[in-house]
Design a binder for this molecule. Sequence first.
Ligand SMILES: [Zn+2]
Ligand SMILES: [Zn+2]
Length: 381
Amino acid sequence: MSEMPAPRRPLATLVRHPRFLATTSCFLGVLALVSVVCFHFPDLLTSREFRAVYTEDFARTLLLIGLSLAFFTGTLAVLRDEHKRLAFTGVGTATAALLLGGADVPFEGPIRQTPYSLGLDWFVLSLFVSALVFIPLEHHFARRPVAVFRHGWRTDAAYFFMSHVLVQFILILVTTSTGLVVDTAKHEGLQAWIGGLPFVAAFLLAVFVADAAQAVLHRCYHRVMVLWRFHAVHHSSPELDWLAGSRVHFVETVLTRSVVLLPLLFLGFSQPVVNAYAVLVGIQAVVAHANIGIRFGWLEYVITLPRYHHWHHARHTDYWDRNYAIHLPVVDMLMGSFRLPRDGSWPEEYGVFKRESVPEGFVAQHVAPFRGERTYDTYVH
Ligand SMILES: [Zn+2]
Ligand SMILES: [Zn+2]
């Protein structure tokens, strides 16, 4: 089990990859086209909550940079005769984005209020930033060399797309399911005490409370057959990287977010504290799965970092019931489920024990947990 991280790879080898230019062009061209369409139908395609986080100018500047780079890398790939189909897709989508208005796409506010909208803006920005940060990081500090387009990446990209685009629906389901309980159960003395805490103290307490709730539920996911059916999907990835963490069944997404939010609302944490927690969980969920083999020393015992969560995904009998925390290992220490090899080693294999118990593909994985013929034995590790 003592597999050490792969040697560092210089970033130049990523840029010199034969598909780098064409893929970059295709990636940016498609994102630019989606962004321009968002400008045309902001009331339907962009999320009210996320729009508040960025400005129109910021979106236009990013769009201009994306479009320029899509044309530049695509043209260069065509001239160098590299993966022309991908390159033409990049230049083609960028051209379509330009014809639809490009970075100067007309936009007239205010945005009409609609009861429901998609979160395509959230998807585009989140994918762009994550790819920009994690692809070079994972290339350079790889724990083991995993290709960007490894087996199953399309499935995980579909999960990423769903969890971002449907953000508002998930939010509605979560607030509806938690609202009822919070309205009926209130402890005003406790809420007043928490309301009076300084921001940093309230935030740390919120992270601890939320992670404790998450870890208890997470243990249930592993031990209760009905729940494991859903959670097995998350554990089915044979490789871990920043995108693999997105593989979460829709039912699990809604249930986990509700269970985590419940104590935060019940204890009366302020909206800024809850928002800060939401940002942290978004970042840490990606980081924990990332294929980054950096050693963090004592810090690995204080906050959940890749090696800690990678052991949770290990295909290893000693670890199937370990490391449930997603923020603070101390939660596992308190629950008796903490285990991290002191020698800095990493798991050799990831995934469920019976790989055949989880099908491949986004749709099949969503349907499988509802099919009743499987027994506990088929599912459990
Ligand atoms: Zn798990
Ligand atoms: Zn995970």
